[in-house]
Ligand binder design. Sequence first.
Ligand SMILES: [Cu+2]
Length: 312
Amino acid sequence: MNKLPSALRPNRITSTRRRLALAAVAVAVLSLLVTSTASADFFTPESGGSPNADKIDTLYKLILGVAVVVFVGVEGALFYCLWKFKAKKGAVAAQIHGNTRLEIGWTVGAAVILVVLAGFTFAALPGIRNPSNSGPAGFSSANGVLTAGVTKRLPPNGKSLNIEINGQQYVWRFTYPDATPNTTLDNPFSYEELVVPVDTAVTLDIRAQDVAHSWWIPKLGGKFDAIPGYTNHTWFKIPAKLAGQTFRGQCAELCGRNHANMIAQVHAVTAQQFQKFIADQKAATTAGDKAAGIARKAFEKTLSTDQSSATP
Ligand SMILES: [Cu+2]
């Protein structure tokens, strides 16, 4: 009988193909992991715009590192066993009943991993949840910096620039503080783009006026729900060197048919530029009010003329 050389036998070819396929998958995964600049924000949270976002990122990477070690260890042992103890003709599996040392080992090992992860998390949490003080380049006008209520977290010195964020189908409204803290009716405001001074502890009161929305600018920290009838709080502090940058985000809760258009952006400016922005917004509101007043008077006049000419 004509025998094929061993390298060309069908089962050899299949196993070579399988190895090549596995190698290709491994190369693809490794190259994705290695191109860290391109994939940094794909595998781990975005950061760089605020200290709380940076701490979330660090914590995530630490936990990811531990998880990768565990994953490689478990999957490695699994694949090693599959290969080492694969089915052979006539082989009889050894019957093992318990291994006290091994069982204690993996129970204690798993517990230690959980304790380490909990330790890292509790150590990082205060820096994520508690705002830090504004820096020297921050905004510090007496009008803008408020000492806010007792329910939300404030910087150690109790001062922050407090901004109200209101989610509405399908736009974000931002209300800035002014000299009259008890009413926000005549405060400066903007839609879609929130302008903030750098190096300033900015605290946010997040609300919604119709349905549930979600405030999320990834580079500035975590995601916060905007729920009607409830106020959520978070904060950020953009480093002074990032003045001029814009951080983009989007409503992260499906809130209706135009949800995809509900974009949000935070534009960082210097303290002086912020002061000018607030003055400009106030001037624009005053001018708008004046124009509306004139139009109203003109309309009322037309109405009264119409009525008098209609009277027989
Ligand atoms: Cu929304």
